[in-house]
Design a protein around this ligand. Sequence first.
Ligand code: 3PG
Length: 214
Amino acid sequence: MNEVLKRFEEIGIIPVVVLDDAKDAVPLGKALVNGGLPAAEVTFRTAAAKESIAAMRKECPELLVGAGTVLTPAMVDDAIEAGAQFIVSPGFDKEVTEYCIEKGIPVTPGCATPADVQACYRLGLNVVKFFPAEPYGGLKTIKAIAAPYNMMKFMPTGGISEKNMEDYLKDDVILCIGGSWMVKKDMITNGEFDKIEELCRKAATKRDEVRKNG
Ligand code: 3PG
């Protein structure tokens, strides 16, 4: 497994962030690090994504920074130029996935069916995102899909929160989970970085408890 995926596994919970203004990127990055979840999937849903990734990479050396909602090869180029360490897409796109592989940047494409998972396996991946996790049946569906693909690990996102994270984290088929519950957009806009740090700490504590108790 590559270094980025190893860090996904260690961190266990990857915050998914939407930044409207790149000035919030560094305070947010520091809150994530201080709260014990030193990772950010910065979604390319806003014009501030590229600059935010670059700022985080420059000012938050402990933070693992990637780009989410990457839909085209041009967005892969933008993400790499900004210094992104990984790429996430909401759905499986062969061209985007192959382009990431060609560029040597780790990619976790969104999968929701066995066909998606198999296509990723054929491209040499062993970790995929499962999206949108809760509406598509959560852990039960992931385990059913994973049964024939026992070489694959999953990163579910979509509808995960501190209320349901435990079951996901306990299961061997899960590499890590992702979500926005600790970094809601309004918290960022309102500059509530202490609150974000606290929510990250709470999630990290729960993660540690699950790991300790098995
Ligand atoms: C997303 O791409 O928005 C992520 O999957 C996060 O989903 P969430 O907001 O339900 O945590």
